[in-house]
Each structure stands twice: as C-alpha cells, then as structure tokens.
Design a protein around this ligand. Sequence first.
Ligand code: HEM
Ligand SMILES: Nc1nc2c(c(=O)[nH]1)N[C@H]1C(S)=C(S)[C@@H](COP(=O)(O)O)O[C@H]1N2
Ligand SMILES: [Mo]
Length: 351
Amino acid sequence: MGREGRVRRRAGRRTNVALLVLLVLAFATGWAAFGTGTTTPGWIVTVLHGAAGLALVLLVPWKSLIVRRSRAFRSASWRAAAGLVLGVLVAVSLLAGVVHVLGGFRTYAGLTPMQVHVGAAVLAVPFAVLHVLRHPQRPRRTDLSRRTLLRALWLGGGAAAAYVAVEGVARGLSLPGQDRRVTGSHEVGSDRPEAMPVTQWALDAVPRVDVAIWRLRVEVAGRQMAELDRDALLAMATDEMEAVLDCTGGWYADQRWRGVRLDRLLPASLPPDARSVVVVSVTGYARRLPLRDVPFLLIATHVADRPLSIGHGAPARLVAPGRRGFWWVKWLDRVVVDTRPWWWQPPFPLQ
Ligand code: HEM
Ligand SMILES: Nc1nc2c(c(=O)[nH]1)N[C@H]1C(S)=C(S)[C@@H](COP(=O)(O)O)O[C@H]1N2
Ligand SMILES: [Mo]
C-alpha cells in the first residue's frame, strides 16, 4: 500500500470512529431526554441530542467515499446490504426527529414522527452492532494528533451550526417547533382535557373498571392502612394543583388537577426504614417513586373541574408534577410504601 492509500485508510478510520461516537451519543442522549424532568437537568440533554444527531449528516460526504471504495459494496455482498439497512434506519430516524421538531405533534399514516424516530433507532441497534463487529476500527496513536483534535472541533462547530439552523427554520417559518418545551414536546390540549391524547406507554390498554366494586388500597410496610371506595375518595377530593403532563411521545398539556394529596392518605409517621412508594394500576402497570416526592403527589379524580374520563385514568390517577408522563400511573389500584429504594425498577416501564 502506498502513502496515499495509508492516508486514505486513516481518514476513513477517523470518519468511522466519529460516526460511531455520534451514534452512541445520540442513542444515549435520546433515552436521557426521555427522563428529562426527572433525573436530567433541562435543555442540555436535548440540545446535545439534536446536535449529535444532526452532526451525522455532516459526515455523509466522507462516509459515501468510504462506502464507494469498499470491496463488499462493489461486489454487492449481503454484508453491504446489512450496512445499507443500518444507513437507511439511521437516516429515517434522523429525518423523523427533524420532522417531529419542525412539524409538531401529529400523525402521518397513523404514526407520529416520534414513534418512527425511536422505532427506527431501536431497530438500528442490532445492525450497528453487527456492522462494528464486521468492521472493527483499531485506534492508532496517530489518531490522537493535533489535527484530529482540530477536526473534532470543526465537527462540533458544524453540529452547533446545524442545530441553530434547524431552530432558525422553526422560528423563521413560525413552525410548531419554536414553541416546544425543553423536552422536545409540543403543546396539545392544555385546559381542555378532552383534546388531550389518551396515551399508554407501550403495551398497556384502557381497562374496564367497575366503580361499584373498585377500591383504592393504601399499604405501609405490609399492612393495609386504608381502603377507599370511589365515594369516600370523592368526599376527600379537595386538593388542587396545576401540573404539566409531558409525554415522551412528544406532547404536553398544562392542566388543573383535583383530588387528594397522597400525604393525607398516609399515616402521619412512617416507619423509619421506609424509602419509596409504589403506585400500582389495576392493569399491573406500576412506578416506584422516592418517599421525598410524597408531599407533591396528588391522587387525582378530576381535571379542569370535571371527573377524569376512563381514558385519562378514572376513577383515580397519579399526578406527579415535574415528572414525565410515564410516572403518572392511571387507574390506580393501590399505593404501597416499603423499604426498597425507588431506583429498584427498570428505568422505563416494560408494559
Ligand atoms: C440513531 C439514533 C438517533 C439519532 C441519529 C437521532 C437524531 C435526532 C435528531 C436529528 C433530532 C432533531 C433534533 C433537532 O432538530 O433539534 C432528534 C430529536 C429527538 N430525538 Fe432523537 N435520535 C436518535 C435516537 C433517539 C432515541 C433512541 C430517542 C428516545 C428514546 C430520541 C429522542 C428524541 C427526542 C425526544 C427528540 C426531540 C428533541 C427536541 O425537540 O429538541 N432519539 N433526534
Ligand atoms: N396504567 C397505566 N398508566 C399510565 C400509562 C400506561 O400505559 N398504563 N401510560 C403513562 C404515560 S406514558 C403517559 S404520557 C400518561 C398519559 O396520560 P393520558 O392518557 O391521560 O394523556 O399516562 C401514564 N400512565
Ligand atoms: Mo407517555
């Protein structure tokens, strides 16, 4: 291999490594953005996510050189096909991300851009793993040169410029994107709960609840402390709070909720080793929250002064101000205080 070939190989390796770093960063910050409002601070994660994702586009000219020179690509082997699928999935995800940002919360042929965005990204994972295993890029000491650092800075600058450009398009054309929250969500149905989407996390479905036999049970350290039927709960439902329901599906709504503050249903003094509270739905869907959240939690029976609809969680749902929608458990069955830490659960629901 001549000098020219070596230089080309090195340039190719750097492009591939940069692409991999950006992909991993985009994937990780995407999930972190889903936690925003609970475990990650404000806009940093979503901006980093958008910039990392958009930076992929800047590397397309270099990547297409590598692809055109590749032997697998020239001989049209199945390995090239797998690489192509990866490229297409990443492109679809990226495009859907931008459509979500600019176009707002709506469906196209039954799917929201956010569903396509996350779906394509998750589908891309096995192809990305396969691709990296097939084409390992061994780092060389020369990769850590000043010139590489300079190129990384250029890429970072380009990513920032691309992000600002998308924001500029949103503002310049007054697209929905200009008003989205730091989580990336668009406003839908504030103060009009009937216009608010009915959303389940993944596999859950709106259940049938027979209010005549429905009870809300409260347990502390294995002992049942209270059991309320709907009338008993309604008689206590005098606490109000305004809170934003922000779904990772890409929309949010600001509502006035009414119900019973959770701390009114719990004994005044809890066991000293109590650490968390599990909020369980009649469907089995559940989230565990730290005990320090209790003073802010509402067991809601009403929204915008009207009883909750079944879709929105009747007879009662959790309102967890500041937390993303997937914590707002609907169709409550029981509330259980125990000694496990709140993080003793998958970071996102599985149901
Ligand atoms: C292949 C991996 C991914 C790529 C390349 C990617 C890329 C992008 C891009 C380019 C945008 C538009 C950014 C903008 O214009 O401001 C975006 C937005 C977004 N993505 Fe991803 N993404 C990926 C995976 C994910 C995953 C796995 C999630 C969540 C689990 C996610 C959640 C989001 C969210 C919430 C937004 C909206 C952010 C905002 O409005 O600023 N992404 N993504
Ligand atoms: N039991 C149960 N509660 C749930 C969910 C679910 O799938 N099952 N989805 C959560 C999610 S992801 C969101 S965004 C909100 C949506 O509330 P809404 O349907 O009233 O808009 O409910 C939360 N509570
Ligand atoms: Mo959600």
